[in-house]
Design a protein around this ligand. Structure first.
Ligand code: AMP
Ligand code: FES
Ligand code: ZN
Length: 314
């Protein structure tokens, strides 16, 4: 029987990049220490009062909510943790996501705010299929989620917005951005995006050094409900193909993901930050939220949707 490297008890999980077997208890301690170290290393909660955790219902963000609510309780008792969930209106999928988020929040005793896209904004993500964005629906959905997560956190008075982005997500993004040489986007890939604009909430990624697999183990170790399907709109996406390719590289070069992430954050980012100017933000003419242009990307997308429904109505 495989033995836990730390306590000698029966092992349950194998940490691939460090070739280490751990039992359930030692794994939970290892995982939570990693989250704590990431939070401390980047001062993610320094001066924070109210942290909004964006929870999708997937294993990463439910693991994040569990670890962060425990961390706040044990090490930062002055910090309030709450959850926000956006119901995207994707039939056969969004109902399951919301149900999981509700169950996890109830088990943890964490306040949950649900933003239902259809009742609050008047459309669902699949409606974007009627716009020229249909080929890039995941990207458009990303714009919707980023905008609403920030707006909700701001309206709820949160001073931090935490997301469940993990090492695999970030390495996939870095891979793509380095390939394209997108310097202006690369400079924004970081564990904490501080903001002194009151309408732009400081974003933190406490799971940035944990792999997708480690988040799955943490969710399993807590017997959390796990989504049994993935978003039907994401199938066959380039992002998934790149993640599979990166897994193949990791199999040949152990530690590849950690190395790429660490080189970016420690060596390259400080230089990029010196040479790439901060974007100039203005207020969006339609919604008043911070924007790079006179109209923000979310409002542009909404205008596109409105134009389509005007065309198709009799
Ligand atoms: P994704 O872009 O789907 O990989 O999600 C990245 C992170 O955004 C997740 O780990 C969550 O923290 C957050 N997120 C994604 N979808 C939702 C949602 N529907 N509601 C709330 N937060 C979400
Ligand atoms: Fe956004 Fe699937 S969750 S396209
Ligand atoms: Zn706007």
């Amino acid at each position: 029987m495989p033995i836990c490297k730390l306590c000698g008890g029966p092992a349950a999980y194998f940490i691939e990049h460090s070739k280490m077997m751990l039992c359930r208890e030692c794994f939970i301690k290892y995982y939570e220490r990693k989250v704590y170290n990431t939070v401390m290393k980047h001062g993610m909660l320094r001066g924070a009062g109210r942290v909004a955790i964006a929870v999708s219902g997937g294993k990463d963000s439910t693991a994040l909510l569990t670890a962060m609510s425990k961390l706040a309780r044990e090490k930062f008792p002055g910090i309030e943790v709450m959850a926000i969930h956006i119901n995207l209106g994707i039939e056969g999928y969004s109902e399951k996501c919301q149900e999981i988020v509700e169950r996890v929040c109830e088990n943890l005793g964490v306040e949950l705010v649900i933003h239902d896209l259809f009742s609050a904004e008047g459309y669902r993500i699949p409606d974007l299929r009627s716009t020229p964005l249909r080929r890039r629906i995941c990207g458009a959905c990303g714009t919707v989620k980023r905008y609403l997560m920030n707006r909700l956190a701001y309206e709820l008075g949160a001073d931090r917005l935490a997301t469940g982005h993990n090492l695999d997500d970030v390495v996939e993004l870095l891979f793509e951005l380095y390939l394209r040489g997108s310097v202006e986007d690369l400079v924004r890939v970081k564990p904490i995006s501080r903001s002194d604009n009151p309408k732009l909430v400081t974003k933190i990624k406490p799971l940035i050094e944990l792999t997708e697999r480690e988040n799955l183990y943490y969710a399993l170790a807590h017997e959390m409900p796990i989504l049994d399907s993935s978003c039907p709109l994401v199938e066959g996406s380039r992002m998934l193909r790149r993640k599979r390719l990166i897994d193949l590289i990791e199999r040949e070069i152990t530690g590849f993901k950690h190395m790429l992430y660490k080189s970016h954050v420690k060596r390259i980012l400080p230089r990029l930050e010196k040479s790439v100017a901060e974007p100039n933000l203005v207020e969006c003419e339609r919604c008043g939220m911070p924007s790079l242009a006179s109209r923000c990307s979310y409002c542009k997308l909404i205008s596109m949707l409105a134009a389509r429904s005007a065309e198709s109505s009799p």
